[in-house]
Design a protein around this ligand. Sequence first.
Ligand SMILES: Nc1ncnc2c1ncn2[C@@H]1O[C@H](COP(=O)(O)OP(=O)(O)OP(=O)(O)O)[C@@H](O)[C@H]1O
Length: 576
Amino acid sequence: EDIASDRAALLALRSAVGGRSLLWNLTQTNPCSWSGVFCNGNRVTTLRFPGMDLSGTLPLGLGNLTKLEILSLRFNALNGTIPSDFANLVNLRHLYLHGNFFSGEIPDFVFNLKNLVRLNLGSNNFSGEISPKFNNLTRLSTLLLGNNHFTGSIPELNVPPLQQFNVSNNLLNGSIPERFSRLDKSAFSGNSLCGKPLQPCPGTEGGKKKLSGSAIAGIVIGSLFGVLLVLLILFLMCRKKRGIIDSSGAAPAKQVEAVAPGEKSGNDSENNGSDGNSAVAAAKVDGKNGKSLVFYGNVNKPFDLEDLLRASAEVLGKGTFGTTYKATIDMGMSVVVKRLRDVTAPENEFKEKIEQVGKMVHENVVPLRGHYISWDEKLLVYDYMPMGSLSALLHANNGAGRSPLNWERRTGIALGAARGTAYLHSHGPASSHGNIKSSNILLTESYEARVSDFGLPYLALPTCTPNQISGYSAPEAPSYSSLDEEGVDLPRWVQSAVQKEQNNEIFDVELLRYQNVKEEMLKLLQLALECTAEYPEKRPSMDVVASKIQEICNSSIEKEGVSQQYYSADLNALQA
Ligand SMILES: Nc1ncnc2c1ncn2[C@@H]1O[C@H](COP(=O)(O)OP(=O)(O)OP(=O)(O)O)[C@@H](O)[C@H]1O
């Protein structure tokens, strides 16, 4: 097997499914320059033909591409089964067949492709049961099978790396394995499944089952806990009285007296999801003193603390510094409340710093609207950003839908984030953000970027050990940690992939649809590398970064315009 047999396999593919759309220069003996074909050394390693109008049945022959690592045929009109010689593609790591009309069962040889990391078969007509043999694929981290006709139940899958899993809109029944109970409901919807995260399975709750030993132990412990709780409440009430007496003449700083049981220990994992009574409402107010929220700027106070405490609250997530809630106030207004945990900075110092954060006003920074501070409770109020974060949009469940982020939007977001950060660098109380990451870049309805969470690392620093901050900050910063959840040093990894000329590993596959802006993509990548240089003097200032991104935006907009013209010329020619 060599490049000639790879070429023959590609020609077989072209004549079977892509005669009209794979417009390659067939006089070339080396296929590596054909569009969508990528080689390493002298073998084909990647094929990317997303949305290329391929139709028909895949031919035998692709199995000769024995060095193939990535195969993307998503969003075409391919039908039939997966050809049997795919069994030879033992180096395959990513297989994307979603958005086609493939049918039949998942063939057994798929479970021998031991290097598979991502498998997306979503939105096809696959049928049969989901085999427990997926357990053979010990590297699998993404398994997307939604929108097919799979039947039976979900097997126990104990593949440690498996994180992304979706079987929505199939014909599955039975209970969801415990291992998947923490996934989002949407991963299972559109089936007859039960168990967490969906509704409980019949007979597992409130049933007439005999009480097991552990249930009895649970009841005994629960009762003891109840007694302790009553004692705790009595204790808190006594302390409250003392507090009022003690505070005569002292700063009235004890309005938020207590929080819901369990919350004080920082253990609010049960609050995941929406809960009308949880969260913000968990903070009790001593109404007599009426100490209220402090708002910044010359705004009329939009609501008071009592409104906030009455608001229905939904947990948006748990971050480095506490839990973030969306609170919907009675009058229909939504705000975001960040309930900080473990702040050890003295109250006055905290107040001073947070007020400086409140003075930061820029169109690319999420404004801090107000705060509530007492000795044991620190709430920060932000505008609610309905489009959520860049991270959520980039990693949205990629079942059948395409990412709404085209190249133009992405560069626009990068520009906004750079401008926001440049502003913070020139005006901030501390000179850097300290926790830049995509979940801290929030978006307006028109996809304008706003940087959020500014200043928190400096307020919470005494309790933050470096590896608790998961965003990016410069290597010389005290809180520096560039390791992601999987322990990968992202800037290093990108640098090494660029050195090895493996840019395709870095670019989101979604971007391959915008080949005409590849030059801009490379420029942006180069800029990102400069920004993450180890030595500060080698890094461009954020003002320079913003203006370079502006240039990149301008040139890709020009190109978009040109390619649109070509595109309509093509269309006209076709119609003629
Ligand atoms: N103002 C806001 N509007 C809408 N969503 C928000 C807002 N602020 C935060 N979020 C979202 O709420 C979730 C939790 O945010 P939070 O800031 O607590 O954690 P994080 O950003 O994941 O981590 P970190 O605390 O390290 O910044 C994230 O998905 C974030 O994108």
